[in-house]
Ligand binder design. Structure first.
Ligand code: NDP
Length: 242
């Protein structure tokens, strides 16, 4: 019954989210791709892939509830939620501004609450739901210059385990994926000399591809993945062992 289930991917028109949207579509899901800032990329994505894009800020509770309402009206109740949207605003603690802290916490972590809150009632009513939250290796291990990002991503892992416990009795699974460094715009912003050192620590010897993460999402949202919940799947070419 995977076919036809409605899946919402936040930040689903670029980078990892775009690969997730495409993988879900190819597997027969009816996909809604959310985005917020980059209209041109979203228009291109929709035109090329025939996946509708919905513009709202995942950090804003009211906007998210409106977005969920609109998607439900157009496609049907959301049964699969992938909390993927995220940003970085790096800086060491002595230089980080409260704005950098808040923007990253709200966009990366509060968004998971905003979205899950928007879909949980209907998932409970239907007795089925799949939620996948995209964390990060830097939420597991920390990272220089990223107290805001590491805190938000680490928060996602706790959020996942708490919600998994609450939701299990209603047929809803909640899992996280912790990607390593994946070749997207986000990582292209990291200076090459820093990336070189990071790649040297990856046993597989390369950056991840967005499709590597999408493969994990597809696995976790499958109907018959119903005994996997509260788990974190590390997809990082083995980097988590170092
Ligand atoms: P990109 O920067 O390539 O894409 C980010 C996506 O999130 C875009 O679609 C963007 O929309 C969307 N987005 C950002 N802010 C908001 C917002 N306020 N509301 C709605 N959508 C928003 O990032 P990646 O694909 O690299 O990252 C995707 C996820 O994976 C993030 O959570 C990131 O933290 C995580 N991750 C990435 C890693 C990497 O190495 N790339 C490693 C570990 C985790 P728009 O197009 O409109 O700007």
């Amino acid at each position: 019954m995977t076919k036809g289930r409605v899946a919402l991917v936040t930040g689903g028109t670029r980078g990892i989210g775009a690969a997730i949207s495409l993988a879900l579509r190819d597997a027969g899901y009816r996909v809604a791709a959310n985005y917020y800032g980059n209209d041109a990329a979203a228009e291109r994505f929709t035109e090329e892939n025939k996946i509708p894009a919905f513009k709202f800020d995942v950090a804003e509770y009211a906007a998210v509830q409106e977005g969920v309402k609109q998607i439900t009206a157009e496609l049907g109740p959301i049964e699969v939620l992938v909390n993927n949207a995220g940003i970085t605003r790096d800086g060491t603690m002595h230089r980080m501004t409260p704005e950098q802290w808040e923007e990253v916490i709200h966009t990366n972590l509060s968004s998971c609450f905003n979205l899950a809150r928007g879909v949980i009632d209907s998932m409970r009513d239907r007795g089925f739901g799949r939620i996948v939250n995209i964390g990060s290796i830097n939420g597991q291990a920390g990272q220089y210059g990223q107290v805001n990002y590491a805190a938000a991503k680490s928060g996602i892992h706790g959020f996942t385990k708490a919600l998994a416990q609450e939701a299990a009795a209603k047929g809803i699974t909640v899992n996280a994926i912790a990607p390593g460094y994946v070749d997207t715009d986000m990582v292209r912003a990291v200076p090459y000399h820093v990336l070189e050192k990071i790649i040297a620590k990856i046993p597989m010897g390369r950056l991840g591809r967005a499709e590597d993460i999408a493969r994990g999402v597809l696995f976790l949202v499958a109907d018959d993945a119903d005994y996997i919940t509260g788990a974190t799947l590390s997809i990082n070419g083995g980097q988590h062992m170092y």
